[in-house]
Design a protein around this ligand. Structure first.
Ligand code: ZN
Length: 175
């Protein structure tokens, strides 16, 4: 069975027992979180932070990196359009992006038919957002958001890191 069929079936069961309710799209806790797309954070990061449905805007990408304008754009939208008053960049140990091998990725992409010229125009390490160290990356993303001319100075940008094994959060930057 394709995952799509499995998801559609799961949704039918879900809807059967679900009590519909209207919620505001504004984050109740006025919080925006920038974090990684790691599968182990799903259903784990939120309870570890005391965050429930409707509480926060959660922006995810590979390695919670700020390699393109999209993270800044989403943080700005959370602040100006949605009322976020605090931002938390939350990294995690054992991140796949800290172990990403740009050379290997490039050859895999070539094998899958990605245009060589397109590949020659990018710095793979930077483009894919491969990181040197998880804590280091949190600090650098915090700085990138802080330094952006589009982010107001009165919004604290915090940096945290979570241990996926025991769920412990460590504050690296108190914004
Ligand atoms: Zn990660």
């Amino acid at each position: 069975m394709m995952m799509l069929e499995e998801v559609v079936k799961a949704n039918k069961d879900f809807v059967k027992d679900f009590e519909p309710k209207k919620m505001s799209h504004l984050p109740k806790k006025k919080l925006a979180i920038v974090t990684c797309m790691d599968t182990r954070l799903t259903g784990f990061l939120e309870p570890a932070m005391g965050i429930e449905r409707g509480d926060a805007k959660i922006i995810k990408n590979a390695g919670n990196a700020a390699v393109d304008r999209d993270i800044i754009r989403s943080v700005a939208a959370a602040i100006y359009a949605l009322g976020a008053e605090e931002v938390m960049v939350v990294g995690h140990y054992d991140c796949g992006m800290a172990n990403a091998d740009p050379v290997k990725l490039e050859s895999l992409m070539k094998e899958r038919g990605v245009d060589k010229e397109a590949l020659s125009e990018i710095d793979m390490k930077e483009w894919i957002g491969a990181i040197d160290g998880e804590e280091e990356n949190v600090l650098s993303v915090v700085n990138k958001i802080k330094e952006s001319p589009f982010i107001p100075e009165d919004v604290p940008i915090h940096g945290l890191i979570i241990d996926l094994y025991d769920g412990k959060l460590k504050v690296l930057v108190e914004g």
